[in-house]
Design a protein. Structure first.
Ligand code: IPD
Ligand code: CA
Length: 265
């Protein structure tokens, strides 16, 4: 595992260096959907990451946000790559974004690396071994009351139906907590749950590359990650409804979603 982890960290840091150099100098912004942005920095950062991973592990499959699927040959491993999670923030020079890299094998997440180049924070987790922030072990918070919790969420950029449901959930949970942040990077939102800065995060219809690394980092930090009904989700699906928490407030959030059948949307 060490070589896999070291290579993923090397790739995340190399991409992060480029991203930081280009902060404030984004160049042309293209649109993959009405509100779904992509810059040449996303594409260049992804090339750097794939180049580093494929040099060491040429047989592994890849699912990457900008270049899509590359089939593997002879291994069951698959890398889930988001070169910039928080592209909209990056495009506006709002300094909250990261590189997210996860490794999955036969439906199980083995490794997650999330690097925030602005804060120089590197979150990392290995299955069964724990989670770290810049080499220090991290744990989820011990807050057990929802009314004393700080949460975060995100809004899918193209599904109006799921956005509609999320506004309703957002209001309900805001009214019963210290608040809900909407900071624009699901991978960082999940890492904040993992290190105890927040108690929970949820989002509807989010892509695997956004939440692969965050999922294992939260779990290895002692948290819980499920769909919005509290059940496991399948990594075979490209998009999932996700709820990550410190475990202690998990059922309370599931309960609010269940009140109005919102978990189904
Ligand atoms: C987005 C961010 C955002 C979430 C969106 C994602 P991107 O990822 O994670 O927080 O709300 O659903 O698409 O497009 O910046 O990689
Ligand atoms: Ca992205």
């Amino acid at each position: 595992m060490t070589k896999l982890k070291d290579t993923a960290i090397k790739a995340a840091r190399a991409a992060g260096e480029l991203i930081l150099q280009r902060l404030g100098d984004v160049g042309k912004i293209e649109y993959k959907g009405v509100f779904n942005l992509v810059t040449d920095v996303d594409k260049a950062a992804e090339k750097i990451i794939i180049g580093i991973l494929h040099k060491e592990f040429p047989d592994d499959a890849i699912l990457a946000e900008e270049s899509g699927v590359t089939d593997g040959t002879g291994t069951k491993r698959r890398w889930l790559i988001d070169p910039i999670d928080g592209t909209t923030n990056f495009a506006h020079s709002y300094p909250f974004f990261c590189v997210s890299i996860a490794l999955e094998e036969a439906g199980q997440l083995l490794l997650g690396v999330v690097f925030n180049p602005v804060a120089n924070e590197l979150f990392c987790a290995e299955k069964g071994a724990g989670a770290w922030l810049n080499d220090k072990p991290i744990k989820v918070s011990k807050v057990s009351k929802l009314e004393e919790s700080l949460l975060s969420t995100g809004f899918h950029s193209s599904s109006r139906a799921s956005e509609h449901s999320n506004r309703e959930t957002f209001m309900r949970i805001t009214d019963r907590t210290h608040g809900v942040r909407r900071d624009g990077s699901a991978a960082l939102d999940m890492c904040f749950v993992a290190c105890g800065r927040t108690e929970g995060f949820w989002e509807r219809q989010i892509a695997l590359w956004d939440i692969g690394a965050g999922t294992i980092i939260v779990k290895e930090a002692g948290g819980h990650v499920t769909d919005l009904s509290g059940h496991d989700f399948d990594l075979k699906n490209l998009r999932v409804n996700i709820l990550a928490s410190n475990k202690l407030v998990h059922q309370q959030i599931v309960g609010i979603l269940a009140e109005t059948q919102l978990a189904k949307n």
